[in-house]
Design a protein around this ligand. Structure first.
Ligand code: IPE
Ligand code: IPE
Ligand code: MG
Length: 254
């Protein structure tokens, strides 16, 4: 099936509420065209714009995108510098449009490492869009799942140290509340483009029961039809959360 083929609409009842995506394959997309890797990243921003519009239109409440991992600093300095510039440019160009469409913007990760210009713009974008409720778009930048869990543990440790909490109160729920995505529903559907089948230190805690979908399609080629394929795959799965299939079916009939 090509991306142009119309496919059956996904029934609303089985749409995920929260989709988390590792946008991978930009570099290979560019290389395959004899272009510099940054061209793939630039094209990747177009895919982000398209996916945000699709999610808003479909009524998906949360979209979380992995844009830069805490390990991506290991890349050549030039690529890191160009990615930082692209982030800045995208913030400048896209935020007004996002706001116009009722999108709430948030960034998670240790953003300070990108410098004060980015921090200022991120804070302004978060403040501008705070009241929007149509779609929450979260960009994970200089983010790592281990960093996030360690940070939450540190915050709980401080509470215990200050005598505001007891060690016994350090439960999964308490820790969850201190994670970057604390308070928003866990992702129902995880998508990774670009062919690799790994988590690469993305949302380690929250992906515990998420349905995983991997596609060889490179991120710049991940258009609406590709996203609909992922939604159809999700719609066809039975989520058991530890129960048996019979129990889940009985609960559906009740
Ligand atoms: C993902 O694409 C974007 C970032 C990690 C910033 P890649 O840059 O990893 O693309 P490939 O995997 O090299 O093709
Ligand atoms: C994961 O992609 C991070 C992002 C997409 C931002 P990578 O391309 O960095 O992952 P690995 O190195 O192949 O695991
Ligand atoms: Mg990659």
């Amino acid at each position: 099936m090509t991306t142009k083929d119309p496919i059956n609409p996904v029934p609303l009842s089985v749409l995920p509420q929260h989709v988390a995506v590792i946008m991978d394959g930009n570099g290979r997309w560019a290389k395959g065209r004899g272009q510099a890797r940054i061209q793939g990243h630039r094209q990747g921003v177009e895919t982000v714009r398209e996916l945000v519009a699709t999610c808003a239109e479909m009524g998906i409440g949360h979209l979380t995108l992995f844009a830069f991992s805490s390990e991506n600093w290991r890349r050549p300095r030039l690529e890191v510098r160009l990615l930082r510039q692209l982030f800045l440019l995208a913030l400048d160009r896209e935020i007004a449009r996002l706001h116009g469409h009722g999108v709430r913007f948030r960034a998670i990760g240790d953003i300070a490492a990108f410098g004060s210009e980015i921090v200022k713009r991120v804070e302004a974008a978060e403040a501008l869009t705070r009241g929007n409720t149509r779609l929450q778009l979260t960009i994970a930048a200089n983010y790592g799942g281990r960093w996030d869990i360690a940070r939450a543990a540190q915050q709980l440790a401080l509470e215990v140290e200050a005598g505001r909490m007891r060690a016994d109160d350090v439960t999964a729920e308490a820790l969850e509340a201190h994670l970057s995505l604390g308070g928003i529903p866990e992702p129902d559907l995880f998508i990774r483009t670009g062919g690799e089948q790994r988590i690469s230190n993305f949302l380690l805690w929250q992906l515990a029961y998420t349905e995983l979908y991997f596609t060889p399609t490179l991120w710049p080629d991940f258009h609406r039809g590709e996203f609909e394929k992922a939604l159809h795959s999700f719609a066809g799965r039975q989520r058991r959360f530890g129960r048996t299939g019979d129990q889940v079916e009985a609960a559906w009939r009740a």
